[in-house]
Design a protein. Sequence first.
Length: 282
Amino acid sequence: MSLLDGGVEPRATAGIGLRAPHFAEILATRPALSFVEVHSENFIGNGPALRQLEAARALYPVSLHGVGLSLGSAEGIDRDHLARLKTLADRIDPALVSEHLSWSVNGGVYLNDLLPLPLTEETLTVVCRNVEVMQETLGRRVLVENPSSYLRFHQSRIPEPEFLAELARRSGCGILCDVNNIYVTAENFGLDAVAYLDALPTAAVGEMHLAGHFRDERRGRPLLIDDHGAPVADAVWDLYAHAVRRFRQAPTLIEWDSKLPGLPVLVQEARRADEVAGSVHA
């Protein structure tokens, strides 16, 4: 069953991130999209933005993508924040709910970033506990997204794909496979991006992300930055084709958050994702 039929699993075609400058145009033109995704934190208040999201929900399945729940916080996740997310989810009835493998809260102070975690058994226990609380509160399975990496901890003992696989096994959550993040991390640390994809459990991947990145060469050695501010790179499209072969039923989202182009550009990126997936399936 597809999302457009009212089910909880989206069909394996592409959607786009729904951003405020495009709301009116999307509602007016209704482009052919499998679903739209929004950042949950932008809609947890009861204001005009929420009413716009409800109007979009009448046209498309909606995915709620969180950026502030801080699943890696050893002190536990903010129950008030989680309660507001539940209120939003109950109101919107999203097809998918996701968060990041990161932390962003300490002592009640929110940091405007998705900070990395040491990949250890202790961290795995913390994240599993927080994911279980999140799922129990929302009453649904959630997806956890792999981050882009720019540093590694000496304490890390578990490779990231194995960490995500074990998190999914212990908690019952799914994985949001961000293909661009995998490419960025692999390039920054000389890793094998295809091997990363192959290490993820096929059945656990419930969504894929595609985005653009920035290549920073000011320090001599190139550093890739996941800035969501450009078209998907050709090398990422190639990696995506491999991901589609492994995760055939996972829907794909085009993310674009900075240097936001016109809506037709995003729709065209979604069409290209559909074309790549169609070619692979054929």
